[in-house]
Design a protein around this ligand. Structure first.
Ligand SMILES: C[S@@+](CC[C@H](N)C(=O)[O-])C[C@H]1O[C@@H](n2cnc3c(N)ncnc32)[C@H](O)[C@@H]1O
Length: 543
């Protein structure tokens, strides 16, 4: 028996191969319509559904029991759900819930449209017996079940504020060098979109007591958002990896329980980043560098030790996210005054490209959308006609031979079906029968040389509207503080002006000589010495 306690890793960091109960899953209803759901185990009738907890969508009803323990990415078919007591309850309540509108409204309420997390708490309304009705597949539709990732969460999370989207945060995390083991400060947390991407970037394991591992220190001053985010961190198994603090960082700064998080990467998504910047200093900033001309209360005692939230032995990389250029200007000037360097601004102009095949030609099958069924050029028209005519001739020959057989049968006493009778008639009239519409399509399919997905020219099309501007990103670097001691250490390690020889000489002749000397040093004796030794030995032998 394994006595080790089970370590629950966040599904965002390691979802495992299959879905499991009490874990978050993302239901993909259509390409851009995602619904996050906490999967519930089948513990009896739930909310009037005999199958247990059910997710209702416009593509049908999906009992949680059909989505459990399946490989991620599986297609889930809708089920015919038994609304037994649910229906009765509604009748008791006197509501006429049988109308289409009411059903649709109930479904919408349950899934709350895109962005809502469908949660179904299992109850034992059936007397406690944890059994559910086996779900029966329905033909109303299907969905796919996907593991949660920061990208999918960003498109499906319950929006509480404007969020940072994937094209922005992927670039930000790269520029602020967030990597496994980094300590990242984020403010404000908002809806947690950036936080989920950040925690994946810095994750290098769950810390045990007193251990330092990659971590996100997040700050949010809006109380309701703080509580919602706190709950989400816990539900997503991210406790210990994201530390959320309820605070106004303009006044309170970034220390956690009075101690420094020792951050080396910072992301500020705040309306006034310049108000938070003085807190991110290695030394106490003079009063003139605070936006109001004086430090906020609590930091105004110059005799008190200044604790910096930054890592003392690392260079710190910072990004601020501002929607307008006026905010950028104020942020940049505050950065300059506070000693930040390498300041630059970037705007991500992300554009989604739609890749498809431009399919024009007679060769194409008509069962797909976007097909232009005309010849792409004269050569194709002629070749295609020749091919089809050949198939028609083949078909006609077969039909003629069938008709001849039918005529012979009509003369004799052979049994035949009505098709053959018609063919016999056609033959008797001397007409070569044309293939039916279906037969023609079949001929087109069988004379096709390429599979449909390879047909046509591959083309990409941008979105008709460019709706890219989210915010301006300002990046800056605060170098590690350089002390006298550091200088002495560096001087000892890299003694400037006392080198034995020039490193990386450009002159070819000098380089060759250096190489020769190097080789000689590696050999046990120089060439001259070895020759001398050999001559001496030879002299001894010869007497
Ligand atoms: C645009 S939202 C952040 C969105 C977040 N980055 C995301 O990706 O979901 C800005 C957040 O900053 C918070 N905020 C504004 N001023 C703040 C302050 N002084 N201290 C802490 N949080 C603040 C707001 O409450 C809001 O939730």
């Amino acid at each position: 028996m394994n006595s080790k306690p089970e370590v629950t890793i966040s599904p965002f960091l390691d979802p495992g191969p299959r879905t499991k109960a009490h874990s978050l899953a993302i239901l993909q209803l259509s390409r851009d319509n995602l619904l996050p759901v906490y999967l519930q185990p089948p513990t009896g009738e739930h909310d009037g559904y005999a199958e247990g907890a059910v997710v209702n969508t416009r593509y049908g009803s999906f009992p949680h029991s059909t989505m459990l323990n399946v490989p991620w990415g599986s297609q889930i078919r809708a089920s015919k759900v038994d609304t037994g007591s649910r229906g009765r309850k509604r009748k008791r309540d006197g509501a006429d819930d049988t109308s289409r509108e009411a059903t649709a409204a109930a479904s919408e309420k349950e899934s709350e449209g895109p962005g809502a997390v469908a949660v179904a708490t299992p109850t034992k309304e059936n007397g406690g017996a944890p059994s559910v009705k086996q779900a029966v597949a329905d033909s109303s539709g299907f969905i796919h079940i996907l593991p949660p990732t920061p990208e999918l969460w960003t498109t499906s999370l319950p929006h509480r504020t404007q969020v940072v989207y994937t094209p922005d945060y992927s670039y930000i995390l790269h520029r602020i060098r967030a990597r496994p083991g980094s300590t990242l400060i984020e403010a404000g947390a908002g809806s947690g979109s950036f936080s989920h991407a950040a925690v994946r970037a810095v994750y290098n394991g769950y810390p045990s007591a007193g251990q330092r591992k990659g971590k996100v220190f997040s700050f949010e001053y809006h109380e309701e958002r703080y509580h919602k985010m706190k709950q989400e961190i816990s539900d997503h198994g991210l406790d210990g990896l994201i530390h959320l603090t309820h605070r106004d960082v303009y006044n309170g700064g970034f220390l956690v329980d009075g101690r420094s998080p020792q951050a080396d990467a910072i992301f500020l998504d705040l309306p006034a980043p310049w108000e938070a910047l003085p807190h991110l200093s290695r030394r106490r900033p003079p009063p003139s560098l605070w936006p109001s001309g004086a430090p906020p209360p609590g930091l105004d005692d110059p005799t008190k030790e200044w604790i910096s939230p930054l890592h003392p032995r690392k260079t710190v990389h910072l990004c601020t996210f501002s929607p307008c250029i006026e905010q950028v200007t104020r942020t940049v000037s505050a950065m300059r005054r506070l000693g930040w360097v390498d300041i630059d601004m970037v705007e991500i102009a992300n554009r989604r490209l739609h890749a498809s095949r431009d399919r024009v030609g007679l060769n194409l099958v008509n069962f797909d959308r976007g097909v232009n069924n005309s010849a792409k050029d004269v050569e194709e028209a002629v070749t295609r006609l020749a091919e089809i005519e050949a198939r028609f001739r083949e078909h006609a020959a077969k039909a003629r031979s069938r008709a001849a057989g039918a005529a012979a049968a009509a003369a004799g006493d052979v049994d035949m079906d009505s098709d053959d009778e018609n063919a016999g008639e056609a033959a008797a009239n001397g007409n070569a029968p044309r293939p039916t519409a279906e037969e023609e399509e079949e001929i087109k399919i069988t004379t096709n040389r390429l599979p449909p997905w390879m047909e046509g020219r591959l083309i990409t099309r941008g979105e008709p509207e460019i709706k890219t501007h989210t915010s301006y990103l300002v990046f800056a670097v605060l170098p590690m503080e350089w002390t006298e001691e550091d200088e002495a250490k560096a001087a000892a390690k890299y003694p400037v002006g006392q080198e034995q020889k020039v490193i990386g000489t450009i002159d070819k002749a000098i380089r060759k000589q250096e190489r020769r000397e190097q080789l000689q040093k590696q050999q046990p004796g120089s060439k001259k010495a070895r020759r001398k030794e050999r001559d001496e030995k030879l002299g001894e032998v010869l007497g």
